[in-house]
Design a protein. Structure first.
Length: 495
């Protein structure tokens, strides 16, 4: 006897429910603004259709029934976005191609490393397709060649790679898709039933913090699940790189200073947090003095804004390269005079960006950058590869960079108000109450990128407003670097 189906779900709901029931529930009932990490001038689906030469093939539609899909498959050897349903669970297969022994399913990925975990979704799709009489006997992935370098035009044959294998955690093609799918064992009916029961209830399921909530990148729903605004600034939950903090929190240990010593890994930053928990803040004066001694005038405070392109839009760019469209530069001389310069560009402004930066930045002195290794330094390395004629001058700029985040990252200085984070926006309020990002029209890098992506579509007046808003935000970053640097000097003098 068929059971009554209540909530219509999708294959991704099953996977999310397995990972975290609360995550699955949140996706259904909490609306979150969507913003693509990658800037796409051309829809990805258009590119892989062109590569596979299937632009003119029929495509399934959102509300297709099983009967509609099966009817379309009778009329074509390739169906795009084939949709099936079983027991209230809907799936969508990007490409379904008729082959001699059944069907080939092709999965395009906007990634250089589609992981073995993708096999779970493929297995669900295969099983539900089989419930509808469609035998998927082969699977293939389509992914991005990370080493592709664009020339004057986009070469899709060089951009895309195909494989019947998936990437392991070390980004190596190892097991076949079939092998990965064979390793996925589950009761589909029971899985669907439990997921529907979860989503049938409008009240969120109870769920405690786990390491999974913050593993890698913090869950987008973390603040919805856990309100930390009332926690003390030195809460054990803010202890960095700790595998025991959740256990301590469950044991009603409130403050970092009260953590048992046998539950401390002994990292330098942890020590700084323990001492700050006892005294409000901590500073290793000797280490700080040593760090400050390396900085020479004139001091340049530098920050970039950029957008990330999955598909290289311009010559000599690789997949997932970034395009720097803004820099802010504050320069301080020995007398304390502070001047500001900046650059904003649209479309392919890379060469203009480079030339402006080289002309603006002093030929001597230290260049203070916040978190430079994963940001500005990497950006200049990419530009050096794209424009080798400027490589020597850009390398010279890199050689003078000093990372302003290091005193905080290494535990040379820590203040409880940082609450376990040492981003520039978390650090700035420790040193000033006068200046704040909250007063700006653009308050973070994500908002800056959003504004930039709309720039070309706006009229001249709106473009000028966007340009000014981004410039103001970026200049705040470099002025914040100036405030933080002098805040550290002041603390050393006070002690």
């Amino acid at each position: 006897m068929m059971r009554q189906v209540n909530t219509m779900i999708h294959a991704n709901d099953l996977i999310q429910a397995q990972r975290c029931p609360k995550l699955c529930w949140n996706h259904k009932y909490i609306s979150m603004p969507y913003f693509s990490f990658y800037h796409m001038d051309i829809p990805f689906s258009m590119l892989w259709k062109q590569y596979l030469h299937i632009e003119d093939r029929p495509s399934g539609q959102t509300n297709d029934t099983n009967e509609m899909t099966l009817a379309r498959l009778k009329e074509t050897d390739v169906l795009l976005h084939a949709r099936f349903e079983y027991q209230g669970c809907r799936i969508k297969i990007p490409v379904l191609k008729k082959i001699e022994e059944g069907y080939l399913a092709i999965y395009p990925h906007l990634s250089a490393y589609p992981k073995e975990s993708e096999a779970t979704l493929m297995k669900i799709n295969q099983m539900i397709a089989a419930k509808n009489g469609i035998s998927i006997t082969q699977q293939k992935i389509l992914y991005i060649n990370k080493d592709y370098v664009r020339k004057d035009t986009l070469d899709l044959d060089a951009l895309f790679c195909e494989s019947d294998k998936l990437f392991n955690r070390r980004n190596k093609l190892h097991h076949t898709i079939a092998e990965c799918m064979d390793a996925c064992q589950f009761d589909l009916d029971e899985w669907i039933k439990k997921t529907q029961e979860l989503l049938d209830v409008t009240k969120p399921p109870k769920y405690e913090r786990t390491k999974q909530c913050t593993a890698g990148r913090r869950c987008i729903f973390y603040s919805h699940c856990f309100d930390e605004s009332d926690l003390p600034d030195d809460s054990v939950l803010f202890l960095t790189t700790s595998q025991y903090k959740l256990d301590a929190y469950k044991d009603n240990i409130v403050h970092i200073k009260d953590m048992p010593l046998d539950q401390m890994e002994g990292y330098r930053l942890q020590y700084a947090q323990v001492m700050a928990s006892r005294n409000g803040y901590f500073m290793d004066r000797i280490a700080m003095e040593h760090w400050l001694k390396q900085i020479q005038y004139p001091i340049s405070y530098l920050d970039f804004e950029w957008d990330t392109f999955a598909i290289p839009p311009y010559k000599n760019m690789k997949p997932f390269d970034v395009l720097c469209f803004q820099y802010s530069l504050h320069v301080e001389d020995k007398e304390g005079k502070l001047i500001h310069k900046d650059f904003f560009g649209a479309k392919d402004c890379r060469q203009a960006f480079i030339e402006s930066l080289i002309a603006s930045i002093p030929p001597t002195g230290s260049i203070l950058v916040y978190n430079m290794e994963g940001a500005e330094k990497l950006r200049l390395k990419q530009l050096s590869e794209q424009f080798p004629v400027y490589a020597e001058k850009l390398d010279q700029i890199c050689s003078r960079m000093i990372d302003l985040s290091k005193p905080f990252e290494l535990g040379i200085f820590y203040d409880n108000r940082m609450r376990g984070h040492y981003s520039l926006k978390n650090v700035l309020p420790v040193f000033t109450k006068e200046y704040s990002y909250t007063k700006l029209d653009i308050q973070n890098g994500l908002h800056a990128v959003q504004a930039y992506r709309h720039f070309d579509q706006e009229d001249a007046e709106e473009q000028e407003q966007i340009r000014e808003n981004i410039r103001t935000y970026c200049s705040m970053d470099t002025f914040a670097e100036y405030i933080v640097y002098h805040g550290l000097i002041h603390l050393v003098k006070e002690e």
